[in-house]
Design a protein around this ligand. Structure first.
Ligand code: GDP
Length: 328
């Protein structure tokens, strides 16, 4: 029996905005089973890439207020009639085998908003798998007609780099700093940021938030990428997710940056560069997985010993290994 009609029906349901079909499709792309993989690729192919959402990546350390912000921001946008999807990446689940973000009851009010769709992170085995399922989940949400896809990640390790490669705008959420030093943000992360939001700019923390914002604004000015940022960007903006202040201003800045990039062709260039990045990444992961198969592992061990014994040079042994893989 051909599976084509099923795929077509599912694709139509997703395109018409059917939530359950979307949720099932995301479960499908999360599956590691070979037959599921084939179906997932068919489905993504059938859906195409006509519809595009604004993809916003959001990162910040635990406790900075990511879920509070996303809920307030998402509610503001859905009140404007925009369809908002939220995907969470939890790299820690790669180690623990469980999903920390998924365990908490988060964003309850946004979850009930008819124009919002929230998908917590599933447990995953490796970052390559997380990246692929998130990328495909983003594509599914775009095909389902969402205006915005928010991709949330905890600010640890490689996940920020991954999210930055997935989104149109990468946003760092920061807390007001106590002292006057920037909060040990790595330069590499700052360089990826399209905007910094200093959250908790309310009550006793407000003065500190204003100072922190000024510090980040100064740092970001030095990091401006002319190919991606108009004059005055990247920006640092104060928000309070609890009092819902600054959210509209932040959204305006995000839109003007996105509009400028669209008009200048940087938007399309960024997506093209990301597609190429993920292509080589998939090939790299495929090669690594070929390498971990039994015959390849045996050859690796054998050649490794020969190199250690001086019987072969590292280069010659590597060339032999690669040609073995090529013949698989
Ligand atoms: P996450 O771990 O980054 O998702 O952070 P949460 O959204 O769970 O927030 C952590 C804590 O910070 C909670 O107690 C929130 O109530 C608090 N919080 C979040 N946003 C704000 C804010 O804008 N102002 C203040 N004062 N507290 C906030």
């Amino acid at each position: 029996m051909s599976r084509a009609p099923d795929i077509q029906t599912t694709a139509q349901l997703i395109a018409s905005g059917d939530r359950r079909a979307l949720a099932r499709a995301i479960t499908l792309v999360e599956s590691a089973r070979a037959d599921h993989r084939a179906q997932a690729l068919d489905l993504l192919g059938a859906l195409g890439t006509q519809r595009q959402a604004l993809r916003i990546g959001l990162s910040g350390t635990p406790g900075v207020g990511k879920s509070t912000f996303i809920e307030a921001f998402g509610l503001m946008l859905t009140a404007q009639g925009l369809k908002v999807a939220v995907l969470a990446i939890d790299p820690s689940s790669a180690r623990s085998g469980g999903s920390i973000l998924g365990d908490k009851t988060r964003m309850e009010r946004l979850a009930r908003a008819p124009l919002a769709f929230i998908r917590p992170s599933p447990s995953q085995t490796h970052l390559g798998g997380v990246a692929r399922r998130t990328r495909e989940a983003v594509a599914l949400c775009e095909a389902a007609g969402f205006d915005l896809v928010l991709i949330e990640t905890v600010g640890v390790g490689q996940s920020e780099t991954m999210v930055a490669q997935l989104c149109d705008l990468f946003i760092l959420l920061m807390a007001p700093a106590g002292g006057d030093e920037l909060q040990g943000v790595k330069r590499g992360i700052m360089e990826m940021a399209d905007m910094i939001l200093v959250n908790k700019a309310d009550g006793d923390l407000k003065a500190a938030a204003l100072r922190t914002r000024a510090d980040y604004a100064g740092a970001l000015r030095l990091l401006r990428r002319r190919s991606q940022d108009p004059e005055g960007f990247p920006q640092a903006v104060c928000v309070s997710s609890v009092e819902t202040t600054g959210l509209a201003a932040a959204w305006e800045q995000m839109q003007s940056l996105a509009d400028w990039r669209r008009a200048e062709g940087h938007w399309a260039a960024r997506r093209a560069a990301q597609a190429q990045h993920w292509f080589s990444e998939e090939v790299r992961i495929g090669l690594l997985s070929a390498l971990s198969r039994e015959p390849a592992l045996g050859a690796m061990a054998r050649l490794g010993t020969e190199v250690a014994q001086g019987a072969k040079s590292p280069e010659a042994a590597a060339a032999e290994m690669l040609s073995l893989l090529g013949r698989e």
